[in-house]
Ligand binder design. Structure first.
Ligand SMILES: [Zn+2]
Ligand SMILES: [Zn+2]
Length: 233
């Protein structure tokens, strides 16, 4: 091995795996880059409705899900979308800090129990977005989780055909077309139990549309696995 290669390897290592805690940079980052103190202080997602992931009384099914259930059956999130998770997510998505995929995947694995899941489908990015960003943040996390849990990941099963701009900004003809849904699913998913992985769920509209698309192809059960869930829509 020559010097150049060693130098390159060292560079790779130091840029991918920071030696200090990602959040306080004082303590040593542990297993996945965050020290024990900072980890305890993160906004953990608890006491929420098992179906939509919003706050609910003693973590029971909420009134909205009883009255009008979403197309997905369950929502599991590692965190609520608050500081500092919101900031770390921005770093990951917009500053290309890809080593954070490992951190988020590890944190999700600690919280999310997989029960008889056959397939993981990451939230697809529209091709224009993928080109802009250079990577799909949900796919990177899905790959690591799938490997750990030994669950197949299929990022080709669904494509995103629309960028989904806000409905109000579109002319009527476009609005009607937009209502057909932003996703196309090309695989037979009969009786499969599926986990959809996304970074953040806000209104849940995109994940609901994705769940609808995979259920239309026969999926029996659909869960949303998230890095973070916003609690106020
Ligand atoms: Zn720390
Ligand atoms: Zn609910």
């Amino acid at each position: 091995m020559n010097d150049k290669w060693l130098k390159f390897k060292h560079l790779l290592k130091s840029s991918f795996f920071p030696q200090t805690c990602l959040l306080c940079s004082a303590s040593k980052g542990e297993g996945f880059g965050i020290c024990k103190n900072c980890l305890d202080d993160l906004p953990h997602h608890t006491s929420c409705c098992p179906q939509c992931g919003l706050l609910s009384f003693e973590g029971q099914l909420c009134g909205a899900c009883i009255a009008s259930p979403p197309d997905f059956n369950a929502t599991k999130a590692a965190f609520t979308y608050e500081y500092p998770i919101s900031q770390v997510l921005q770093q990951y998505k917009y500053n290309q800090q890809l080593f954070l995929a490992e951190t988020f995947a590890e944190l999700m694995l600690q919280k999310i129990q997989a029960q008889n899941i056959d397939l993981i489908i990451p939230m697809p990015l529209h091709p224009n977005r993928l080109q802009e960003r250079g990577f799909n943040q949900s796919l990177e996390v899905s790959r690591i989780i799938g490997k750990h849990l030994n669950i197949r990941v299929n990022s080709q099963a669904v494509s995103r055909i629309k960028l989904s701009p806000p409905q109000a900004s579109l002319p009527l003809k476009e609005r009607v077309r937009n209502m057909k849904g932003p996703f196309i699913c090309n695989e037979d998913l009969s009786v499969m139990r599926i986990a959809l992985i996304d970074d953040v769920m806000t209104t849940g509209a995109s994940l609901n549309a994705l769940a609808k698309a995979v259920k239309a192809k026969g999926a029996a059960h659909v869960e949303c696995w998230l890095i973070a869930r916003t609690l106020a829509n």
